[in-house]
Design a binder for this molecule. Structure first.
Ligand SMILES: *Cc1c(COP(=O)(O)O)cnc(C)c1O
Length: 369
């Protein structure tokens, strides 16, 4: 089988042009005679790779100069702990619970101080975002924490909560680079690379400089301090060199395509096409509430209102997944907590992949409704 359309939530599809370029440079990186995988992280070649990656990310997101960009390891999950370890100065933070990733972050926050739940959508299996304009934020918090795009449930904040001057911390693992954002609205943004940025093993952190503490308790390990990594430009220890190189290729590729305005336009086009097909289907239904829908992750099931027998629904979902896979549409199985299907349509998913999926949804509806 050749290349297929990969709808996996993460690790997810990478742009084919990026993979081809990596292949071309795999054995002999730009006449060095070695692979990036074999290269010292202290070499001038790697310095230009990581500096170039940072410069292009800054360009893509228009990151102001008073923000640091870090390329760390430990995944988004390590940030759940690093955020409170570094930012809970007065020992108080507010969390908005919109899924298991936000909840895991909240549980880590509780290890470091008083973590308060400001709002939650757990009552409806996280199928919506609590109205940000109705969330009241106490003034004595060190930060407000959100998970901006909820990969498992396919929800995304329609707008940000207003936080006065309290820093907003956002897990943007599954939406960073999908559209332009105003970085100045955030104190800290982080994202595991393996959704929309690059291969697994790199975590991008964008942090406002004044939030990097230099007076942390002795008990906080060196590697868990943002200052360690900021002072060393992400080279305190050996970073994920090859992963950073791949992220750099993706940044370059996105700039060549026209930047994030262009990505937003394409992503909206793909998402619209898919939601319209699901809304029109007499068999399927999208599970996220329409006002909270994600551009990147689209979970859907056989509609319980249309097929009331649960076993029949499960049977149809299984059949759909098998038939889709046979047509080269893979990675569509939903997360176990939502069930059904999920199409992750990150930047690297071409319009033709979404068109193929829509064709399959329409065909399956016609044959099985
Ligand atoms: C995938 C994901 C995570 C977990 O990322 P790891 O890198 O595996 O720790 C956290 N938050 C969100 C929103 C995710 O999509």
């Amino acid at each position: 089988m050749g290349r297929v359309y990969n709808f996996s939530a993460g690790p997810a599809a990478l742009p084919e042009q990026v993979l081809m370029k990596a292949k071309d440079e795999l054995l002999d990186y730009r006449h060095t005679g070695i692979s990036v995988m074999e290269m010292s992280h202290r070499s001038k070649e790697f310095a230009s790779i990581i500096e170039g990656a940072e410069a292009n990310l800054r360009k893509l997101l228009a990151i102001p100069s008073n923000y640091k960009v870090l390329f760390l390891q430990g995944g988004a999950s390590l940030q759940f702990a690093m955020v409170p370890a570094n930012l809970m100065k007065r020992g108080k933070a507010g969390y908005i619970l919109t899924g298991v990733w936000a909840k895991k972050a909240y549980q880590e926050g509780k290890r470091f101080g008083e973590a308060t739940v400001l709002a939650s959508s757990e009552d409806q299996n996280y199928s919506y975002i609590p109205d940000p304009s109705l969330i009241s934020v106490p003034e004595d918090l060190d930060y407000v924490y959100i998970c901006e795009n909820n990969t498992i449930y396919g929800t995304k904040y329609p707008c940000l909560p207003s936080c006065h001057d309290i820093p907003l911390v956002a897990d943007m693992s599954s939406c960073l680079l999908s559209e332009p954002i105003d970085v100045t609205k955030y104190g800290l943004i982080f994202a595991g690379a393996q959704k929309n940025i690059g291969p697994a093993g790199v975590t991008v952190v964008i942090i406002r400089e004044d939030l990097i503490p230099s007076d942390l308790p002795e008990s906080i390990p060196t590697m868990l301090r943002y200052k360690t990594h900021a002072d060393a430009s992400s080279l305190y220890n050996t970073p994920n060199c090859y992963g950073i190189y791949m992220c750099g290729l993706v940044f370059e590729h996105l700039l060549e395509l026209g930047g994030l305005d262009k990505m937003k336009e394409l992503n909206e086009q793909k998402a619209r096409l898919l939601y319209e097909a699901l809304d029109a289907s007499t068999l399927f239904v999208a599970t996220a509430r329409p006002d909270s829908r994600s551009l990147m992750n689209v979970p859907f099931v056989i509609d319980p209102k249309k097929v009331t027998d649960e076993n029949k629904r499960k049977e149809l979902e299984k059949k759909f997944l098998i038939e889709a896979e046979n047509k080269g549409l893979i990675g569509l199985k939903g997360h176990r907590s939502v069930g059904g299907m999920r199409a992750s349509i990150y930047n690297a998913m071409p319009l033709s992949g979404v068109e193929a999926l829509v064709g399959e949804i329409n065909r399956f509806t016609k044959e099985n409704a």
